[in-house]
Design a protein around this ligand. Structure first.
Ligand SMILES: [Zn+2]
Ligand SMILES: [Zn+2]
Length: 111
């Protein structure tokens, strides 16, 4: 765990949707989609990872509807602290968020 890891410090700069002793779910500061974060700095075992993703899926279904989202497990900015995004179907950023120009030009997701 390091002071420079934004997922460890877990500052509440965006709306939080859920939290328990294992994880928390909040809107991602970068892309505005719900993001689940393991409270431990590192990578969980597959079984735990599945249950964490279940929590995220439940919140994403309430927001985007069943089948209206996809789970993005790629950790682009912080590869060593487990987290995952739920993104709207066919999109990368939240539908209510204006997409930055660099993203439209790049044409693919790269936070
Ligand atoms: Zn961390
Ligand atoms: Zn994000």
């Amino acid at each position: 765990m390091g002071d420079d890891c934004v997922l460890c410090t877990a500052e509440r700069v965006t709306p939080w949707h859920f939290e328990d002793e294992q994880c928390w779910v909040a809107d991602c500061l970068v892309c505005g989609t719900p993001m689940v974060v393991w409270r431990t700095h590192g990578l969980p075992e597959a079984e735990l990872e599945g249950s964490l993703l279940d929590r995220l899926a439940g919140i994403a279904a309430a927001r985007y509807g069943d089948g209206g989202f996809w789970i993005d497990p790629v950790r682009r900015r912080i590869p060593d602290h487990w987290h995952a995004h739920a993104r709207p179907a066919g999109g990368f950023f939240d539908v209510d968020r204006e997409q930055p120009r660099w993203f439209q030009q790049a044409g693919e997701g790269s936070e």
